[in-house]
Design a protein around this ligand. Sequence first.
Ligand SMILES: [Zn+2]
Length: 156
Amino acid sequence: MAGKGRPTVDDKRDNQYRVRLNDEEDQMLAYCSKATGKPKSQIFRNALSEYYINVRLNELNSQSEFDAMELEGVSMKRVIECPYCGAPNAIDLADYSTDDCTTERQMGSETQHWFDCDNAECVTCGRAFRITGCITEYPRGAYDSEHIEIKETDIV
Ligand SMILES: [Zn+2]
């Protein structure tokens, strides 16, 4: 063998993907990038790494020869903006759980966590509002999607 091969660069990034985002997703990406000081591409890579870990754990859990590791459910803590003054309110929607709806899919169960918080009160302006909707978990321990509705209930 004449000479040695070129040293390999482990983290060479020559796989490229185009990802289409809607306006809301684009705003979320820009927000995370600005708030953390990380480039947008890094936000994607970090989210992928976290998702990958969940997929691997779910795979092991579904194979009986491995010891199952109990996965934490998805977090239902959210920052909800007040519909009157726009102030951020930290709320754990798990405290207002109404129903869990489960369907079986390729990698175990998909769970819709429904909630109804009808007595939320803004920490800043003190006015009342209602938060309803559901957060979907799939595979177990991984965030899938969410639908959250906020209604003004403070009738003056
Ligand atoms: Zn408010």
